[in-house]
Design a protein around this ligand. Sequence first.
Ligand code: SAM
Length: 351
Amino acid sequence: MKPLNPRAEGFPDRLVESLELQWSDLEGLLRQKPYLPSTIKAISDHFMVRKGEATPWHLDGVFEAYLAYFHSLNTVRMTSVLRHLKQRLPNLSANTAIDFGSGLGATELAWSDMFPERKLEWQFVEANPTVSVWHEKLRRSELNLSDEALWHKSIEAAVKADIFFSSYGLNELDELPKAAIGANIVVLLEPSDRYHSRQLMAWRQKLIEQGFEIVAPCTHQQGCPLLLNSKQDFCHDRIPLIKPSWFQKIEDQLPIKNDTITFSYLIATKDRPEEFGSPNVARVLGDTLREKGKTKQMVCRSEQREFLSWLKRHGEAQFLPHGGLVEIPQQAEIKGSEVRVGGITINEVES
Ligand SMILES: C[S@@+](CC[C@H](N)C(=O)[O-])C[C@H]1O[C@@H](n2cnc3c(N)ncnc32)[C@H](O)[C@@H]1O
């Protein structure tokens, strides 16, 4: 049996609790709401065709379809991102947060699962007032009433907070909001397409100029090698998804499969993150690429665009999980953009 990729992510407990409060019988969800797959497909088509346009909250059945599918998957994505934050900033101090483009509250659910002891005072920024009402109702059943939060229709109304979050919320913006620059920690999650990911990579540089240090995915503060040396590449993550059976039943009726889910993300801080144990720690940026005579996988540890490469004559290539961290041994030979590692064991490092 293939070993489970250690980066696989399941549905966080807090998310499952929230969905059970909403629907009690998740296994019977499709019997109760047979229209879910077609509405999910309509929303997904909208996002594919009209990249960067607003969420189609006007469609019939959109609340349930968004909650069951997009909100669930974005909560899993944010959980994976927060795992990096927790590992690199174990002593982070934060009391207040802004969630820009908060939708149905995927960010807070992921946070409360990953940091159950650290309650935050939330300001949710959501342009669509109907969505804010749905979110507020959901939240009142999920969390106890003492957890007060504020909703704003626009970011200008928000007051400075310790953490600025946005999950699939910056789509339509040309500039990073001032509230992000004013925060101590910035956590951005965006779709894994060329446009959004390269925009995130450009914002990374702006955050560095504003005194932030990048916590993840980057292992360095130099220029972004994909922006500097390529017009096509885009930095994104891919994690295997452990699917509950009720979600699998919905997916069985969709043309979209989520055995792995992808996303782009960026975590930046004005504090000092934990140091890596070695200067040769690199992020695995790509899937395994098989070429004639060799296997390659893109990695990032500096502003050089680099690939680990295994020549066929040196035996089997190692499979490295996309998005994970590895340590590149000193003795690896460098040939152009290739770091030849055939016959050398590459060790994974905890992020
Ligand atoms: C794709 S949804 C993401 C929702 C949620 N964060 C998630 O991860 O599931 C983007 C949300 O941002 C809201 N939005 C878009 N532009 C906005 C703006 N300029 N100010 C406030 N909210 C905005 C939309 O109404 C929508 O609810």
